[in-house]
Design a binder for this molecule. Structure first.
Ligand code: NAD
Ligand code: UD1
Length: 338
């Protein structure tokens, strides 16, 4: 039996593919390459010594997706594919609903037709909206504050209805907090087609001279140093979280469970910059600018449920996250210069 990863050549999917291969699973990747490169297939194979099956295709193409499910003896689908830039989702909401919600419906419908009922979904801490208590546990009320968040919330609702309609499904919604870092080999990492707006990729770009300075969005929040606090989690830990969720699916009593994947620790914007400067011995020029609309002051996970049920805990420190983000950026730049 194999595990199919939609969007498996992307940032989180590729790290998860490596973790799955290393623990003996046969991996099939279905990705349209809209935000990833086909060379990632070779990197995964080099890292694991295992051949994976890759099919280029979109989750919007129902027939091709169903054929891939049918032809590869798929047992479980891990659904990473989707659009993820919050600001873009405000400008192009229909694209986000089409790819994220429409795409998820296609994936689930094809699985239903093929009698495949094990599903792991890449959800996000964004489903909680602005936190009303901290740390955020899985029962925190859900509220979307932008179209991207709305798509994640809608997919979770669809999955809840599906689980209610047929209790033989086994579904895990994994709510990621702030994934950062890259694989220790530097063969895979965050290498999107577009320039990301998230904090760590921005720090790395400024440190490498690609941008002049980092804008810190607000220093007047009710936090210790006035800047926003987040729960950064290393992508290799996150990948292991998927493995833990997969192992748990077989024994999961309820058809659907949601799990927070974070460290349970918060780190401010200034703390992250300072950790990055310390471990890399570089300067990150910065300027304080206005608050970014929609940002919560503090957001971090209660990870008790993941620890107790999935037996999973993030292990890597903020310093390790900074170092691996920087090492990967260097690797990419050197590769381009060769
Ligand atoms: P990514 O963009 O690196 O990976 C997504 C992959 O999906 C890419 O390889 C892309 O080519 C592919 N894809 C996009 N549209 C597709 C389509 N229509 N058909 C087939 N493939 C398609 O993103 P990521 O950071 O790896 O995120 C993976 C998932 O995790 C996404 O659903 C995202 O919303 C969710 N998530 C990410 C973060 C984060 O910070 N990275 C946080 C929370 C949740
Ligand atoms: C963002 C998304 C969230 C998504 C997550 C994925 C928003 C509002 N939220 O979360 O839906 O799931 O990415 O990782 O976009 N910052 C700066 N300067 C920068 C960039 C960021 O000061 O150049 C600050 C932000 O104001 C924020 C913190 O850094 O306080 C983290 O930002 P970011 O990495 O974008 O993550 P989130 O906003 O937590």
């Amino acid at each position: 039996m194999s595990i199919l990863l939609t969007g498996g050549l992307g940032y989180i999917g590729s790290h998860t593919a490596v973790a799955l291969c290393k623990s003996g699973h046969q991996v099939v990747i279905y990705d349209d390459l809209s935000n990833s490169k086909v060379e990632v297939v070779k990197s995964i194979e080099k890292l694991t010594g295992i051949k994976i099956i890759f099919v280029k295709g979109s989750i919007l193409d129902f027939d091709t997706f169903q054929t891939v499910l049918r032809d590869n003896n798929v047992d479980t689908v891990i659904h990473f594919a989707g659009l993820k830039a919050v600001a873009d989702s405000v400008i192009y909401p229909i694209d986000y609903y089409e790819v994220n919600v429409g795409g998820a419906i296609n994936v689930i419908k094809a699985m239903k037709e093929e009698q495949i009922k094990k599903f792991i979904f890449s959800s996000s801490a964004t489903v909680y909206g602005t936190p009303i208590f901290l740390p955020i546990n899985e029962n925190h009320r859900k509220k979307a504050i932008n179209p991207y968040g709305q798509t994640k919330l809608q997919i979770e609702s669809i999955l809840e209805d599906l689980a209610r309609s047929d209790s033989s499904w086994r579904i895990a919604c994994l709510r990621y907090f702030n994934p950062v870092g890259s694989h220790s080999s530097c063969l895979i990492g965050e290498n999107p087609i577009d320039i990301p707006n998230n904090l760590m990729p921005r720090i790395v770009r400024v440190a490498s001279g690609l941008e002049k300075e980092l804008l810190v969005f607000g220093d007047d929040y009710p936090t210790a140093d006035g800047t926003c606090e987040r729960d950064y989690v290393h992508v290799e830990d996150l990948a292991d979280g998927h493995l833990a969720a997969l192992n748990n699916l077989g024994k999961q009593e309820q058809p659907l469970e949601c799990f927070n994947l974070g460290t349970g620790q918060s780190c401010s914007v200034l703390e992250l910059i300072s950790a990055f400067e310390n471990v890399t011995d570089l300067k990150v020029p910065k300027a304080i600018s206005n608050r970014r609309s929609g940002d919560a002051a503090t957001c971090y996970a209660d990870v008790k449920k993941s620890r107790e049920i999935l037996n999973w805990e993030a292990k890597k420190s903020i310093n390790e996250m900074c170092l691996s983000s920087w090492e990967y950026q260097n690797f990419i730049i050197n590769k381009r210069l060769l």
